[in-house]
Ligand binder design. Structure first.
Ligand SMILES: *[C@@H]1O[C@H](CO)[C@@H](O)[C@H](O)[C@H]1NC(C)=O
Ligand SMILES: *[C@@H]1O[C@H](CO)[C@@H](O)[C@H](O)[C@H]1NC(C)=O
Ligand SMILES: *[C@@H]1O[C@H](CO)[C@@H](O)[C@H](O)[C@H]1NC(C)=O
Ligand SMILES: *[C@@H]1O[C@H](CO)[C@@H](O)[C@H](O)[C@H]1NC(C)=O
Length: 322
């Protein structure tokens, strides 16, 4: 079933929310006095999609297998788990298990070009639950992202996420302005710590050749392009492009293997959690984001579609070497 796709005119409400936040906050300087240079490449979509929110997400995406019983306890009971959908992408995924995705990302160069709006970079991390039957139709995969740690310095990001009904914890990050840092032992490290509670999520990952990952890129492409919801009132359509210059050649995705430590109130009631031998991928993708949509309009959404995934319906695909 085809999603009636056009780069949806962003809702006037969202622009208003953004503009009023800007007016009330002023363009706040980065907390560290303006010296926050990210290594991330610039947003390559702002020019082609001036009427949409666009940006760069440089991320570690890791799959934490949990038992279907645990998944059932954590996920609101009204949403069925579409096991057939993830098994079709991951035929060898262990029996009786469900893939939670941990997303640890740096949001960079977010713009709303036509309105002259730019948003200060921020980091965020949270557990996300893909392949959920939000519509109750038995086939449309939606992703539940109930809680996030988000940079405490970015009120627009904090409020923008809360508007979905997300449980948001303002947080500080190591590293401050990047998706991860490299430790002396060669592993990459990323940690978000709440500024007003003991919550944190921390990843330490070693890099592997891509062919040693048990998870195909198709899985990450599929999960990250599923419509996302928190309390279910509205949905986020984030279109992530996996096949641009930002994720090829020198910047090709890397498989990672490592551990995740977490203490979060929202899902795990403040208990200390640790998962080891967790596989994932590190990849930066440009994105186009359509916020606060009526979830029903995304029933049957098939992702970005188009050849090579660098094609965006409604985009000016011929003239721009992405
Ligand atoms: C993603 O972040 C890492 C760590 O800062 C950096 O080395 C890499 O160049 C970034 N990738 C892109 C495409 O911006
Ligand atoms: C979801 O959260 C939003 C933002 O806080 C709120 O306006 C809405 O009423 C909430 N909906 C439900 C069903 O809780
Ligand atoms: C994800 O994969 C499922 C199962 O193969 C497929 O039905 C669905 O269309 C894909 N969704 C996206 C957003 O790519
Ligand atoms: C990227 O796009 C090109 C051109 O459409 C295609 O040949 C290639 O297979 C794509 N690569 C991936 C990883 O999707």
């Amino acid at each position: 079933m085809a999603f009636p796709f056009s780069i949806l005119p962003i809702s006037a409400a969202f622009v208003l929310v953004l503009s009023s936040l800007f007016l009330s906050l002023g363009k706040s300087a980065p907390a560290n006095g303006g010296v926050c240079y990210s290594q991330d490449l610039p947003n390559i979509l702002a020019e082609s999609f001036p009427n949409s929110a666009t940006g760069v997400l440089n991320a570690t995406l890791a799959i934490i297998p949990i038992s279907l019983e645990s998944a059932r306890r954590l996920i609101p009971p009204q949403y069925r788990i579409l096991e057939g959908a993830y098994r079709s992408l991951l035929p060898d995924f262990p029996e009786g298990m469900y893939p939670v995705m941990l997303q640890a990302a740096h949001d960079h160069d977010v713009q709303f070009r036509a309105y002259g709006i730019t948003i200060e970079d921020f980091s965020r991390v949270g557990f996300e639950f893909p392949f959920l039957d939000f519509m109750g139709d038995g086939y449309s995969s939606f992703r539940w992202a109930p809680a996030q740690l988000i940079s405490s310095t970015n009120d627009i990001a904090l409020d923008g996420s809360r508007a979905y009904g997300t449980i948001v914890s303002p947080a500080e990050y190591e590293p401050l302005c990047d998706a991860y840092e490299t430790l002396p032992n060669g592993a990459t490290h990323f940690k978000g710590s709440s500024v007003n509670s003991a919550e944190f999520i921390e990843l330490e990952m070693k890099r592997l050749p891509l062919n040693l990952s048990p998870y195909p890129m198709e899985l990450f492409k599929n999960i990250t392009n599923q419509p996302t919801f928190a309390n279910g009132t509205t949905c986020d359509n984030m279109i992530r492009l996996f096949n641009t210059t930002m994720s090829t050649g020198e910047y090709a995705p890397r498989a990672v293997l490592g551990s995740v430590k977490a203490r979060t109130n929202a899902l795990f009631q403040g208990a200390d959690k640790e998962w080891t031998e967790i596989y994932g991928v590190q990849i930066a993708t440009p994105f186009i984001e359509n916020n606060y949509l009526d979830c029903k309009t995304m029933q049957g959404y098939e992702g970005t579609g188009g050849p090579g995934d660098s094609f965006v319906p409604g985009g000016d695909n011929d003239d721009h070497e992405l």
